[in-house]
Design a protein around this ligand. Structure first.
Ligand code: ADP
Ligand code: MG
Length: 566
């Protein structure tokens, strides 16, 4: 490690030289209460900015151990510190001037969800803190302007660090509240299992968002209020008593007129697999963390998926036990999404009629009379929904605005009425009695086979791989795009970046043509749990922009990678 004076000397020496002279700054420098590490230096002022990290020793950062010993509290604290640091960086970004990205200071932007990220990591034992971010090293044209970089490292950054990364500089009460909230959220998660619930939606929660492109809560929204019959009372470790709606395991139907808030409730349940920050409105909306949103996804590729429980006897005699297509229809894509989610070990399906293929969901009576079962390759979801719960323990929460057939199957029916839920199970069931369903015996089904083995792309070469993420929409590997637009529970582009690294790692070390998909993902998941995101990045430094994906989304990503041999 070098002293900060040495960094100053280097900077003064390279001023006005060609931009590559900046490479000399690589290394670690002691700034007394933290260490500045220049991990990677950009090649020119227009390239992706340089990677820098700040390391604060636990003793100096001074966070009390009870804020970070529990995993959930630690993740929330990391998230909070990252947001604080980000706010400070933003104030000084581009204050240093020059061409290209000169003077940029940027760190991961966090949304409403609290995710484990490489941008901020706190060591559970020592309390040591690392912040990773990007700095555009300033240039005039293509020559080094190191006086501006000196401003960044000796003026701006020390201020950002001292204002946001030391316990004594922060409001102790707020910091404690952040960790306490995370622990309460974790507690609700554990209660779901104990009480046989799929999800919990607290009274007073604000579900709708400000707009379609904003994750922020809608102002003046009608707050959630549980119907008395579904009300559950919890005693949270910090918040104390909390009441709300408990959605029980089994089959739950959400009905109601158009525009009454059905999809908004389902969306909140989808994202309830993550914890939300204070002030979001969905802090206490918690869903079974294995829950998967199931939807139609025309055009996706499907590789050797056993969709025979939903689709069989295709007219072209296509094998639906190892179904392959490069361009799935609405119904086959939704069938594959269901079966792949089963493979990923989900315990709950979340389905919105709005985004489903009608012929996958139901066949009405008249259609059944006109077209014989023998002539219809599709066994609709409605004929399997009970079996899925009985045989596999998978609950379903289904939004149905137009088809009443599911009343016959539901264990619980919730009507959204002007954004207020009302339980109508009894009346709906009574009404359904008067409209008996035609007897429908779905064909017997054996368990879907999950024996697919994954092999790396034949043309794959580690040293040649180019990986890029396209916002929240896709990951491009070399020239192939993995389209994840409809994997709705991926919430952050940094999760996509992590999935890109994961795929690269897996192709080098895990996908060997012998492990099944399940075994391969188990292996990766274990690795991530033990060693974190660092385990999958085989670069000389840990990239700053990665966020942890769930097991379900790892599956979803692998399933959509057209180059993988299965
Ligand atoms: P549905 O699926 O029943 O047709 P949506 O969930 O799409 O209805 O909601 C319709 C509109 O109402 C959306 O614009 C949504 O933002 C708004 N909305 C939903 N819930 C609330 C609420 N609790 N308070 C105020 N507006 C809401
Ligand atoms: Mg809707």
């Amino acid at each position: 490690m070098q002293s900060q004076t040495e960094l100053r000397n280097i900077l003064q020496r390279i001023d006005h030289r060609g931009y590559p002279a900046y490479k000399d700054t690589r290394g670690s420098y002691d700034f007394r209460n933290y260490i500045l590490s220049i991990d990677h230096v950009q090649g020119d002022p227009f390239a992706s900015p340089s990677k820098v990290s700040v390391h604060v020793r636990g003793a100096a950062a001074g966070f009390p151990a009870d804020l970070y010993q529990m995993k959930c509290r630690r993740t929330a604290l990391e998230d909070y510190l990252l947001r604080q640091f980000g706010r400070e960086l933003e104030k000084v970004s581009f204050k240093a001037k020059g061409s290209g990205k000169s003077g940029l200071l940027s760190v991961s932007r966090c949304g409403q969800e609290v995710l484990e990220r490489t941008a901020c990591q706190l060591d559970e034992k020592s309390g040591d803190l690392v912040l990773r971010f990007e700095v555009g090293f300033p240039a005039n044209g293509r020559t080094v302007n190191s006086r501006e970089l000196e401003k960044i490292f000796f003026e701006f950054l020390p201020q950002c660090v001292s204002r946001s990364l030391f316990y004594k500089a922060l409001d102790a009460k707020t910091v404690k509240a952040v960790a306490d909230l995370a622990e309460d959220q974790e507690f609700i998660r554990s209660q779901l299992k104990e009480r046989g619930l799929v999800a919990f939606v607290a009274d007073g929660a604000v579900l709708p968002r400000e707009s379609g492109v904003s994750g922020r809560p809608m102002k003046g929204a009608v707050r959630f209020e549980s119907p008395a019959s579904l009300s559950v009372e919890l005693e949270l470790p910090h918040h104390g008593k909390l009441t709300g709606m408990g959605i029980r395991r089994g089959i739950t139907l959400i009905v109601g007129g158009g525009y009454h808030g059905k999809s908004t409730l389902l969306k909140a349940l989808e994202l309830g697999v993550y914890s939300h920050i204070s002030g979001d409105g969905r802090e206490y909306v918690i869903t079974d963390d294995t829950a998967v949103k199931i939807r139609a996804e025309d055009g996706r590729s499907i590789q050797k998926v056993d969709i025979s429980m939903f689709i069989s006897n295709l007219p072209n005699k296509k094998d639906t036990k190892k179904f392959c297509t490069e361009d799935a229809s609405g119904s086959t894509s939704q069938a594959a999404n269901v079966v792949e989610a089963m493979e990923a070990g989900t315990q709950a399906f979340l389905i919105d009629e709005d985004t489903s293929a009608t012929n996958f969901m139901i066949r009405d009576e008249l259609m059944q009379r006109v077209v014989n079962r023998e002539d219809e390759p599709i066994t609709p979801f409605i004929d399997r929904i009970e079996e899925l719960y009985r045989e596999y323990g998978i609950s379903t929460v289904l939004v149905a605005g137009s088809s009443g057939s599911y009343f016959h199957k539901a264990d619980c029916v919730i009507q959204m009425n002007q954004y207020r839920p009302v339980e109508i199970t009894e009346s709906a069931k009574a009404e359904a009695e008067r409209f008996p369903m035609p007897p429908s015996q779905p064909p017997r089904q054996t368990k879907p086979q999950f024996a697919r083995c994954v092999k790396a792309d034949r043309a794959f070469r580690e040293d040649r791989m180019k990986m890029k993420t396209m916002g929240r929409d896709g990951i491009s590997i070399n020239r192939d795009t993995i389209d994840v637009r409809y994997v709705e529970q991926l919430v952050d582009s940094e999760q996509l970046a992590a999935l890109g690294y994961l795929l690269k790692y897996a192709q080098c070390h895990v996908f060997d043509g012998k492990k099944t998909m399940g075994q391969a993902v188990d292996y990766l998941e274990k690795l991530l749990a033990e060693k974190g995101l660092a385990a999958i990045c085989e670069s000389s430094y840990l990239p700053c922009g990665l966020a942890m994906p769930r097991r379900q989304e790892i599956f979803a990503c692998v399933n959509r990678y057209r180059k993988l041999m299965i």
